[in-house]
Design a protein around this ligand. Structure first.
Ligand SMILES: Cc1ncc(COP(=O)(O)O)c(C=O)c1O
Length: 376
């Protein structure tokens, strides 16, 4: 018999759509850059493997990489050291590690609704209760602080935040970050800030939560910025008072992160920026394209994404988001039903623009035809 906890979580709706899709479907579903890592990073991986960097390393990551990450975060908090950094198997493992290290059974965790698919299940797997806080298009998917005050209870342990957001594309202005920090401090909450899209922004900058509170854990990843979702590398940045506990859980999940991948990423952090700039430029062009094409569709409205690579249009077609996504899938385009991200994702579709401009044009043509039909 399998454990009860396996019944409390599901495979995400993103994966389900992907796995149900016929071959040759246009993929506007998955959130991964359709780029390769920079050539020098690929080369560094090959060299690392050939030169024998194929063995276990320290649980929290190789010191050189931890130092490099700490150096970057010193801009936000001059006291940041290697000891504050734990290298993880992507943001996903970092988030799971944070949940198991921070949430006690029976405590409550505020999670965004709509929000990324891991936060609520991770809280449940830790035995905690996810308490969704609402993000509405009319407020540009910024939290409502009156609602947060109503939701917080003596059992609340943490708040999970994600800016730039998957799926909404919202980027919290600095003033909102300040208010979240003040709210968390007032209620003794730990902030778990998922910043995996921090560098993927359009005409704005994302404000990190690091250095703003003594109780904040940053989850970050190389998956998106270095276009290496399959390499599985990310990191946590945490106050020293949390780092030992996080590292203990991380050790029990993973033993240690991949040694050759860490060596290769070290090369990428220093040299990968021109590849990143080229990728960002292309994402900007795609964002314009998606925003323009969605803007023409009847019954559909969009808060233009300020970050990440998703458009999250709201529709008023009196159909469920699963119905719409399945109808589109039958016509050859994969999207993600908005309610895969929580109840307030209903009447939304998530359209990933981590796909070529041709795929976006072809996929959104199908959506346009569908929108014209249902609007009649
Ligand atoms: C908001 C957010 N956080 C975390 C992750 C996990 O990324 P990874 O485990 O590839 O680093 C993703 C991936 O889609 C994401 O969108």
């Amino acid at each position: 018999m399998v454990a009860q906890r396996t019944r409390e979580v599901e495979i995400s709706g993103i994966r389900k759509m992907f796995e149900a899709a016929p071959p040759n479907s246009i993929n506007l579903g998955l959130g991964e850059p359709d780029f390769d890592p920079a050539p020098e990073v690929i080369e560094a991986l090959c060299t690392a493997v050939r030169s024998g960097k194929n063995h276990y390393g320290p649980s929290a990551g190789i010191p050189e990489l931890r130092d490099k990450i700490a150096e970057r975060y010193r801009e936000l908090d001059p006291g940041t050291l290697r000891e504050n950094v734990i290298v993880t198997a992507g943001g996903s493992e970092g988030l799971m590690t944070a949940a198991l290290a921070l949430y006690d059974p029976g405590t409550e965790v505020l999670v965004p609704n709509p929000g990324f698919v891991l936060y609520a299940p991770h809280a449940k797997l830790a035995g905690a209760v996810p308490v969704p806080y609402s993000l509405y298009p009319a407020q540009k998917y910024i939290p409502d602080f009156d609602e947060l005050e109503r939701l917080v209870s003596p059992r609340t342990r943490a708040i999970v935040v994600n800016s730039p957001s998957n799926p909404t594309g919202a980027v919290f202005p600095r003033s909102v970050v300040d208010r979240i920090v003040a709210f968390a401090d007032r209620h003794n909450l730990t902030i778990v800030s998922d910043e995996v899209y921090e560098d993927i922004v359009y005409g704005t900058t994302a404000t990190s939560f690091w250095g703003r509170s003594d109780r904040v854990v940053i989850a970050n990843s190389f998956s998106k910025t270095l276009a290496m979702t399959g390499w599985r590398l990310g990191f946590l940045v945490a106050p020293k008072s949390y780092a030992a506990a996080l590292n203990k859980i991380h050790y029990h999940i993973l033993a240690c992160p991949s040694t050759p991948v860490q060596v290769a990423v070290l090369a990428g952090i220093g040299n990968g920026s021109s590849s990143f700039q080229a990728m960002l430029k292309e994402f900007k062009a795609r964002r314009e394209l998606v925003t323009r094409l969605l803007g023409k569709m009847p019954g559909l409205s969009l808060v233009p994404p300020q970050g990440a690579f998703y458009a999250f249009p709201h529709f008023d077609w009196h159909r469920s988001s699963a119905e719409v996504a399945h109808a589109l899938l039958a016509r050859g385009v994969i999207t993600t039903p908005g309610d895969a991200f929580g109840s307030l994702g209903a009447s939304h579709l998530r359209i990933s623009f981590a796909a070529s401009q041709k795929a976006i044009r072809d996929g959104l043509k199908i959506l346009q035809t569908y929108a014209d039909e249902v609007a009649k």
